[in-house]
Design a protein around this ligand. Structure first.
Ligand code: PEP
Ligand code: MG
Length: 595
């Protein structure tokens, strides 16, 4: 089965199918002694739902249609049926899943059986089953919380003797993906999604092999199937033969060895063969990611996607103090190295809980990627925007903070941002709260801002090119839509020319320019970006070492001499591949790493 490779490496494990609506259910393993109490939680929830349904039925008004009572009967029957709660116990006892996970695993098994039924009436009972499970999950959430849920921040280990697990879902929202950062899963497969969708970006930041856009995966793969995820090739193999399995186990070991070799570069400065210093920065989603950034040898944070602080909160937004604490934590963790905090980029595929994903995706907003997103959203919520600006400014008293504004396209947005910033400073001064000067940067990710860069540069201290969106908006390709993923092309001459122009103009104006989109962390682009004059790259911590290796082996001056030819070419990718063979022949480790 083919999909889009979004996070490299090989994962081998048993499939755990998760319905999209159930992805946010807690997934963790429990110990032997916790099996019975977990079953009790399930039983208590079942009894609560049974009494809920019986009461509902008893209190039905006399004029209520008879079908309603019959429907409640069906729900009660499903609830008592051993194939639901009885079999759920099996997942708890045998697999040591927590009750919520066990219940959703069993729902997947039964839903599949319903889908395959000939009889239409029976097939439609799947919706009833889902409603019953929903009620059970709600009852569990209301009941005493499981005292076994691991504390946040604890990395869940595979349960002793258990096989590794890979998650298979139709779709996973970026916010839900974030919850899997410390999860039991060693790989991910989704039916939908593009290479630079935020779900894919979070998967990459977890450094776990993942394939998205595998279309029928969640329909074809069955619960517990053995799966190989080849994250490099974007291939999913179901039920591999022993020979294939052995081959992939060998690949896994090779990749591990390659990683260990690369890790030795951690403290080596990133300098090209011709002596150009290159800044390798990290992209982070949470303050706790700062540790991984330092560990990887990043010399600062080039993009802190602050919107992730606003997710998974059931609709309430973090206040100024809470945000300040989060930013300060990241700043202190970076030990004096710069931290670039981007104001919230909410919207498009990153919904807030209070805007339902459907609302943002299709139902009410026709083109969410072109809608109320990023700075547009912030400016539509001025109090919230100033609150975030104050929180970021306050964090500047603890280290070097830079402020980055996403998706600017209009000069009015720049003016309003500057006004909001001035007001936020004034409010802090009046309140006697400390802050220092922060540099202000613009993300260049809309062609309009790329095309009028010199004007924008008058207002900003630095710029950062967001290639994920710049490609999306230049080529008119929804980055999260796998149906057009083949047209989402970072090598498109229009994209490369636009980038080259931005880099050249920023340098000419003496303003720092960085790239913080996924292209910065892809070794296939390191040489061409160096050739364009780029000296600052920001990427997931896990990619820093391989980009550094590329930098160390590149002669930036020789690549710059090739640029006019590459940029005028119909096929810049081929042009670069040919040039790479001459200028820096692949080394043995590159081949082993597939880089
Ligand atoms: C980008 O668009 O390249 C970028 C870095 O921002 P995000 O991926 O969060 O939209
Ligand atoms: Mg962007």
């Amino acid at each position: 089965m083919f999909g889009l490779s979004v996070s490299r490496g090989v994962a081998i494990g048993r499939a755990v199918l998760v319905a999209s609506s159930r992805v946010d259910v807690a997934h963790y393993f429990i110990d032997d002694e916790r099996v019975e109490p977990e079953i009790t939680r399930l039983r208590t929830a079942r009894d609560a739902v049974a009494s809920e349904l019986t009461t509902l039925q008893r209190e039905l008004p006399a004029e209520a249609p008879a079908e309603l009572s019959a429907l409640l009967d069906v729900h009660l029957m499903l609830l008592r049926d051993d194939t639901l709660t009885g079999a759920t116990k099996h997942w708890i006892r045998e697999r040591h899943y927590n009750a919520e996970w066990a219940l959703s695993a069993q729902l997947e098994v039964l839903a599949r059986q319903f889908d395959e039924m000939e009889d239409e009436y029976l097939r439609e009972r799947k919706a009833d089953l889902e409603q019953v499970v929903e009620r059970l999950l709600r009852a569990m959430a209301r009941g005493p919380a499981s005292s076994f849920a691991p504390a946040p921040g604890v990395r869940h280990r595979d349960f002793a003797g258990e096989d590794p697990l890979v998650m298979v879902a139709n779709d996973i929202a970026p916010a839900d993906m974030l919850q899997f950062k410390r999860s039991v899963f060693t790989g991910f497969i989704t039916d939908v999604g593009g290479k630079t969708s935020h779900t894919a970006i979070v998967a990459r930041s977890m450094d776990i092999p993942a394939v998205v856009g595998a279309r029928e995966a969640s329909r074809i793969i069955r619960q517990d199937d053995w799966i190989v995820i080849d994250g490099d090739a974007g291939i999913v193999i179901v039920d591999p033969s022993p020979i294939v399995l052995e081959e992939y186990r060998f690949r896994q070991r090779q990749i591990e060895l390659g990683r260990e070799r690369l890790a030795r570069l951690r403290h080596t400065p990133a300098v090209t063969l011709d002596g150009e210093r290159v800044e390798l920065l990290a992209n982070i989603e949470m303050p706790s990611d700062a540790a991984a950034a330092l560990d990887a040898g990043a010399i600062g944070v080039g993009l802190f996607r602050s919107e992730f602080l606003f997710m998974n909160r059931g609709g309430d937004l973090p206040g100024e103090d809470e945000q300040f604490e989060a930013y300060r934590t990241a700043v202190i963790a970076m030990k004096g190295l710069p931290v670039t905090i981007r104001t919230v980029d909410i919207g498009a595929d990153k919904a807030l809980d209070r805007m339902s994903t459907n609302e943002l995706r299709h139902e009410h907003v026709l083109n969410p990627a072109l809608g109320l997103r990023a700075i547009r959203w912030s400016l539509s919520e001025p109090a919230m925007f100033r609150q975030q600006l104050r929180a970021i400014l306050r964090a500047s008293a603890y280290g070097k903070v830079r402020l980055l504004i996403p998706m600017v396209a209009h000069l009015t947005e720049v003016r309003l941002t500057l006004e909001a910033l001035a007001r936020a400073r004034q409010q802090l001064s009046e309140a006697g709260k400390a802050y220092t000067a922060v540099e202000l940067g613009a993300m260049i990710e809309v062609p309009a801002s790329a095309l009028m860069l010199p004007t924008f540069l008058r207002y900003f201290d630095f710029v950062s090119i967001g290639t994920n969106d710049l490609i999306q908006y230049t080529l008119a390709i929804d980055r999260a839509d796998e149906a057009v993923a083949h047209l989402y092309d970072p090598w498109h001459p229009a994209v490369l020319n636009l980038m080259a122009r931005v880099i050249a103009q920023a340098r000419a104006a003496g303003k720092p320019v960085s790239v913080c989109g996924e292209m910065a962390g892809d070794p296939a682009f390191t040489q061409i970006l160096l050739g364009m004059g780029l000296r600052s790259f920001s990427m997931h911590p896990s990619q820093v070492a391989s980009i550094k290796q590329r930098v160390l082996r590149t002669d930036a001056r020789r690549w710059s001499l090739l640029m006019s030819r590459v940029l005028a070419s119909d096929d810049p990718e081929l042009e670069c591949k040919n040039a790479a063979l001459v200028l820096s022949p692949p080394q043995r480790e590159d081949l082993a790493l597939g880089g």
